[in-house]
Ligand binder design. Structure first.
Ligand code: F6R
Ligand code: MG
Ligand code: MG
Length: 438
């Protein structure tokens, strides 16, 4: 039996009204194009949407990163773009950053999560799809699912999971990757994945190498160098028999986690788990949503889907998300509702700043710069030992009193700290006595 590959490829190629949902005509076209390939390129397929993102869930035997599968997804998005344009849908073709396909949709706009595995006797798989958020949004949930024994009972009581899992983390800025083995390295893992705008969990593996989860990691802003909508990631998670149970995978979504990507990709908001009928972003173009389709995989066939969050057990988190949305919305354009300045670099804010740049005037100089480098003599004196105050106040050799001492450095960080502290004290003392330093 050949291995089964699941490819989930998505793109926002136009929606209505504004960025709220995908038009049924796009869904029909995509479903038909994939159906036509069943028995040829594909074994099975399901087409759906989460908000304004068109989601292609495909199974086949061609492995990950297969050119023909990626080309098929590309063609579907291009055909759907044509329909979106003919209906003047909003943002028609917005995620298609390239004009022609060249081997792999990665880096060309669409988001991709794929995994290849040998089917077990029974293989439950969950496909998660999010709108109005970024790929790092999965970090929190993947940690809870595969590394937190307070979430996943199997980590404690199932001998086949007891050894833990391996997390592959990608640095989206430096384009590098690293693997952490948990539970031993869970603090190291958290040190990175707690910054989800940069560090993103790409894969989770069981210790024996069996793939357990795969996510999409593309960030459109980083690819295009400008704001072109949010990335709205997808994720595939395998379940049961030595992997977390379906319920252990779903339970972390009962926590209303604040994620980045709401309104103009520029705001934090709670990630709300919803069933398909509620996977439409309206309030302030959101709040961010997550949809989950469950399947049994049977010789490559997708037995399902089951709409996993269509369950009153998730009503409470949905209400809590709405409460959180009220609270954070009240902050309007203030951080932390609005993203930090660093993250706003990839939004439309820099264009506003550019227009205002010429109007900024420098403040009149009052003091010399607070921190300054020192000449060799001073540095030598300061490095020689912990310089006592009296030595300085006695106008020690080589120390120029005409300049403030602020920020003298030593090779010894401890000493530097002490010197800086004392220097600042002298500086303040001089200011208090009405003497301008320097
Ligand atoms: C898009 C999104 C929306 C838009 C917003 C403004 O994924 O999240 O919040 O950013 O509707 O859209 P424009 O600038 O296209 O009018
Ligand atoms: Mg859109
Ligand atoms: Mg979207």
């Amino acid at each position: 039996m050949p291995k089964t590959t699941i490819s989930v490829i998505k793109a926002d190629v136009g929606s209505f009204p504004g960025h709220s949902r995908t038009h049924p005509k796009l869904l029909e076209k995509a479903a038909k194009m994939l159906k036509d390939e069943e028995g040829k390129l594909l074994t099975d397929s399901v087409v759906t949407h989460c908000g304004d993102d068109l989601e292609l869930i495909m199974t086949h035997t061609l492995g990950v990163d297969n050119e023909n599968i990626h080309k098929l997804a590309w063609d579907v998005f291009m055909e759907c773009t044509k329909i979106a344009k003919s209906l003047k849908l909003y943002g028609a073709g917005q995620d298609m950053l390239a004009t022609a396909f060249s081997g792999n949709v990665k880096g060309m706009g669409p988001g991709v999560a794929e995994m290849e595995f040998e089917e077990r006797a029974s293989d439950p798989v969950l496909v998660f799809m999010a709108d109005k958020t970024e790929p790092g949004a999965w970090n929190f949930f993947l940690y809870k699912i595969f590394a937190d024994p307070f979430n996943t009972a199997g980590l404690v009581i199932d001998p086949s999971m007891h050894k833990g899992f391996i997390f592959e983390v990608h640095d989206l800025f430096e384009k590098r990757k690293i693997r952490f083995t948990c539970p031993e390295e869970s603090y190291n893992l958290l040190a990175y994945i707690g910054a989800p705008s940069r560090y993103v969990i790409k894969y989770v593996y069981r210790r024996d190498g069996e793939v357990a989860a795969s996510t999409s990691t593309q960030r459109l802003g980083l690819l295009a160098g400008r704001y072109v909508g949010k990335d709205d990631p997808v994720m595939i998670v395998r379940s049961q028999s030595g992997l977390p149970a379906v319920g252990e995978i779903l339970d972390p979504f009962c926590i209303p986690v604040l994620v980045a990507g709401w309104m103009r990709g520029s705001h934090h908001g709670p990630l709300m788990p919803v069933g398909l009928c509620d996977a439409n972003c309206t309030r302030f173009d959101g709040p961010p949503r997550v949809l989950c389709f469950g399947f049994q995989i049977c010789n490559g066939k997708l037995i399902g889907p089951v709409d996993m969050f269509d369950d009153p057990a998730f009503d409470r988190v949905r209400n809590r998300c709405s409460e959180l949305a009220d609270m954070i919305r009240a902050q309007g354009p203030f951080e932390p509702h609005r993203l930090s300045l660093e993250e706003m670099e990839y939004t439309t804010l820099p264009s506003v700043e550019k227009e205002l740049a010429a109007r900024w005037e420098p403040l009149p100089p009052q003091f010399r710069p607070f921190f300054r480098d020192v000449d060799h003599t001073q540095r030598t004196l300061m490095q020689s030992s912990c310089v006592p105050c009296s030595c300085i106040s006695k106008n020690a050799d080589g120390v120029s009193w005409k300049r403030p001492f602020i920020g003298l450095r030593s090779d010894d960080p401890q000493q530097t700290k002490r010197i800086s502290f004392r220097s600042r004290y002298i500086h303040l003392f001089r200011v208090m006595r009405g003497r301008r330093p320097g």
